[in-house]
Design a protein around this ligand. Structure first.
Ligand code: DAH
Length: 325
């Protein structure tokens, strides 16, 4: 019999071909087995020298081996093609699916834009607490015990006697207790009031508090800063007016209106910090002066975007939210 183990040869060829990882290597193997000088071709040539009685069997085995190797090579080639060939269900000319990008809530956007203006004026953005004590929400701000806003019906109290802050002014004394003058801060955040919800009222909304304290900070400084702020926000030709008002924590106090169409609209409250507030904070009112202001964020966003109903901000309807790029 012949010296060749055809089964082992076939097994080896199947493995080597199976393990090939690209078309070029596959072609090299085809040449190695079936090329003019390939090993299977050499076996075919050997048929002539095999003993006559063994020749038919030998010839059959060599041919079978060649057929098998041809099949291995073809199958392998097809496997490469099916990877590179396009899936007929895949149409590369169709528009892709856009990932749905999130975006900032209009209130977040407005807060950031307002804070950016103040940061450029040298103010620092600080954080306050939403759950506060009566001291920071009222007492420290010179709001007397008999003031109606302290009433259980006018403020959200927790069972332990803490409360959800009704104004960001709470941040004023908290910050002053923790640092020495001079300071320039803005503090954005949520505030809570038990208001009945309608198109212009919500039990929760946002304010940005501002406070500037130094040796001598006059009312003209307040006017200058607020002019710059409101004009950067609403445009350089904005008309505004300062209307006398009363707040317990400022003296004198004003409300600031902007001209919108042919109407004056109130956008913020402000004033020179009341010396009693400095006392509560541990500052010497004879040595420091300052101004403070509080802006309603929803009011500003409603004006800027022409939104008529405050409830839209909190309903999380994507048709509304997706309009704010
Ligand atoms: N806290 C006031 C409010 O909620 C707004 C305000 C008015 C803040 C005058 C101030 C200020 O800092 O000086 O209506």
């Amino acid at each position: 019999m012949t010296a060749y183990n055809f089964d082992a040869l076939e097994k080896e060829a199947r493995e080597v071909i199976h393990n090939v990882s690209n078309q070029e290597d596959l072609e090299t193997l085809r040449i190695k087995y079936l090329g003019k000088k390939g090993s299977v071709t050499a076996l075919l040539k050997e048929i002539a020298s095999v003993a006559a009685e063994e020749r038919p069997v030998f010839g059959q085995k060599v041919n079978a081996l060649r057929n098998s190797i041809e099949i291995f090579l073809t199958e392998k080639k097809r496997s490469f093609q099916s990877v590179s060939k396009k899936d007929p269900a895949f149409d590369s000319t169709l528009e892709g699916l856009k990932p749905n990008l999130g975006r900032l809530h209009p209130i977040t956007k407005t807060i950031r834009e307002i804070c950016d203006i103040f940061v450029k004026l040298g103010f620092e953005v600080v954080d306050g607490r939403e759950v506060e004590t009566e001291f920071y929400n009222f007492t420290a701000l010179n709001i007397p015990a008999e003031h109606p806003s302290r009433d259980a019906f006018d403020t959200f109290y927790t069972e332990t006697g803490a409360l959800l802050r009704s104004q960001t002014s709470t941040v004023q004394v908290r910050e002053m207790q923790n640092r020495k003058p001079p300071l320039r801060i803005v503090a954005p955040g949520r505030v809570y009031r038990p208001d009945e919800v309608d198109a212009s009222h919500s039990f929760m909304f946002h304010q940005i508090e501002g406070l500037m304290v130094d040796g001598r900070i006059a009312f003209s400084d307040l006017k200058g800063v607020l002019h710059i702020f409101l004009r950067r926000l609403f445009g350089q030709d904005l008309d505004m007016r300062f209307r006398p008002h009363y707040f317990p924590f400022t003296e004198p106090s004003v409300e600031v209106d902007v001209k919108w169409g042919n109407k004056w609209l109130e956008v913020l409250g402000a004033g020179e910090v009341n010396p009693k507030v400095f006392e509560r904070a541990g500052y010497n009112p004879a040595k420091v002066q300052g101004f403070a202001f509080g802006v309603g964020v929803e009011r500003i966003a409603m004006l800027r975007y022409g939104i008529r109903d405050i409830r839209l901000f909190f309903e999380n309807d994507l048709r509304f939210l997706e309009q704010f790029q």
